[in-house]
Design a protein around this ligand. Structure first.
Ligand code: NAP
Ligand code: MG
Length: 495
């Protein structure tokens, strides 16, 4: 594979990169720009238009117009599905390009977006396009004395604010159901990782998505993101990111009475019973905390291990983690890339220090990592800590390749340890005894419980969080399509 692909070089050559509003590539009204960097060596990859409230106003106006005047909202679902399938095919055709852009901007090992994130976007587009074709928009209701039915129509303009850890994947998960339902969208990607979302718009144009149906305002959270979530012209809002910003978004939407979905952080646990295959489980969990350098909302960051196998499991995991090659995302031998920014690296290192000060012990010492030839990159080593469940590293989301290991003696204690968290996104249970695994899985308070695996996202299974991890229905399930269809009752008295 050629790296960088000539198309990637061409895409990055036209700087500053413009945003996509009403089918046009446009600079910010202010003319301002911001920089996005390659976390693997700290270099600026591109200058990008820094949108503010005025650009959000333009984008929302374009999306409102497209909703009313283009035939996107009113065309039969199967005609819309044909266009969405065309977009999915173009995503597949441009996998290499999108994956390179994503790897450069986020720091991910190239194989991950190549084999995971980008193909998944195409699958998600197809899943919701097909589901929408088979979803009834009109359903009769049997009530005596009335002719009644429910009709489902798209809402209008849907706003989306996304984080930097899975930029293109989350665009796919987020907007596919909204589009398939016939809504129009305005996206604010994360300032650290705007590039793949912009390239995706090129493909949307080529696929024949009408002007104004997909709009992207690049820019900073406090300006562009805040303006979008406060905009009275949006009909629905979806936010993926931290609970702190989620609260602000929910407050803004509350004031405007705009329904909002929040997909927030997590502090996922893996409960390991003493009948597991220690080697295979250690490898799986080492993979879980190094996936995307640990910057995964739902990953297994608390390992709750039966006391009989804790030492063996932790030693084996430490061995596996020590063998993972840390490097630049474009290097084929890289097992784990950098974290996304220097700010993120300092956050991870700060947690390790604070955890230690509060009494945590390192089973595998983490810290900053140096990669030869990429000395300016934002690399950290994987770390395993152990100690009290009250330690800051056992409670708060670190968002780096760090796991906190804790022993348990019986099922009740394991469940209690998992459920102490104020988050509620995803946990896993590992045991050969499937009765026990299923029983415990149901007792864990979170949107998702996985059995003998961690990080599972099949299309058709809802992925959502509760408590601090989110509200409003989640993503990936069939109900997510319904979230973007406004129900309306039509009633007539009989006789
Ligand atoms: P973040 O700081 O909350 O930022 C997320 C997005 O919100 C970014 O686009 C950000 O813009 C924007 N933003 C910041 N301040 C804003 C404001 N006042 N108003 C409107 N928008 C604003 O989160 P992050 O650090 O990018 O991402 C990590 C978090 O996302 C973690 O907590 C992780 O667990 C969570 N996450 C959850 C899921 C899920 O499905 N549950 C998936 C992925 C990630 P800037 O980029 O300019 O700051
Ligand atoms: Mg970047």
């Amino acid at each position: 594979m050629q790296y960088p692909h000539p198309e990637v070089t061409k895409f990055l050559a036209s700087q500053p990169l413009k945003m996509f509003i009403n089918g046009e590539w446009t600079a910010a009204v202010s003319g301002d720009t911001f920089e996005t960097r390659d976390p693997g060596d700290g270099k600026v990859i591109a200058k990008v238009a820094a949108g503010d409230k005025r650009d959000v106003d333009r984008a929302v106006a374009a999306a409102r117009d497209a909703f009313r005047k283009s035939d996107w909202a009113t065309m039969p679902a199967n005609d819309r599905a044909v266009i969405i399938h065309r977009l999915a095919d173009l995503v597949d055709k441009h996998t290499e390009i999108l994956a390179q852009i994503e790897s450069m901007d986020v720091g991910k090992p190239l194989a991950q977006p190549m084999n995971g994130d980008v193909p998944n976007v195409a699958q998600t587009l197809r899943y919701y396009a097909d589901l929408s074709v088979h979803t009834r928009r009109r359903e009769p209701i049997a009530v005596s004395g009335f002719d009644a039915r429910t009709v489902r129509s798209p809402y209008g303009v849907c706003g989306f604010v996304f984080p930097w850890n899975f930029p293109i994947l989350l665009v796919g998960w987020g907007i596919s159901p909204a589009l398939a339902a016939g809504n129009t969208v305005v996206i604010k990607p994360a300032e650290d990782t705007p590039l793949s979302t912009l390239y995706f718009c090129k493909l949307a144009e080529e696929a024949g998505i009408p002007k104004g149906v997909i709009n992207v305002v690049t820019g900073l959270g406090e300006t562009a993101g805040a303006a979008l979530s406060q905009h009275p012209g949006i009909n629905r809002m979806s936010f993926t990111g931290s609970p702190e910003v989620g609260r602000l978004i929910a407050e803004s939407c509350g004031r405007n009475l705009v329904p909002v979905k929040l997909e927030l952080g997590g502090k996922g646990a893996a409960v390991l019973f003493d009948d597991i295959d220690i080697d295979a489980t250690a490898k799986a969990l080492a993979g879980a905390i190094t996936l995307n350098s640990g910057q995964v909302c739902c990953t297994a960051t608390r390992w709750i291990v039966h006391e009989r196998i804790l030492d063996k499991l932790a030693n084996r995991a430490a061995e596996v983690l020590s063998g993972i090659q840390i490097g630049h995302g474009s290097d084929a031998t890289t097992g784990m890339g950098p974290v996304v920014s220097e700010k993120q690296r300092q956050r991870v290192l700060g947690y390790l220090e604070k955890g230690e000060r509060e009494g945590a012990r390192s089973l595998l010492r983490g810290g900053a990592a140096n990669v030869k030839g990429h000395e300016e990159g934002y690399y950290v080593k994987p770390a395993l800590l152990t100690g009290s469940p009250d330690n800051v590293c056992a409670r708060e989301e670190i968002f780096g390749p760090v796991a906190y290991v804790m022993p348990f003696r019986d099922e009740a204690e394991a469940i209690e340890l998992v459920n102490r968290s104020s988050y509620g996104l995803a946990n896993s249970v590992w045991s050969q005894n499937l009765d026990r695994a299923n029983r415990v899985a149901e007792r864990l308070v979170a949107g998702n419980s996985w059995i003998n695996a961690h990080n599972l996202f099949p299309h058709g299974v809802a992925y959502a969080g509760c408590n601090l991890s989110g509200m409003g229905g989640g993503v990936l399930g069939p109900d997510t399509l319904m979230d973007y269809l406004r129900p309306q009752s039509i009633v007539r008295p009989l006789g």
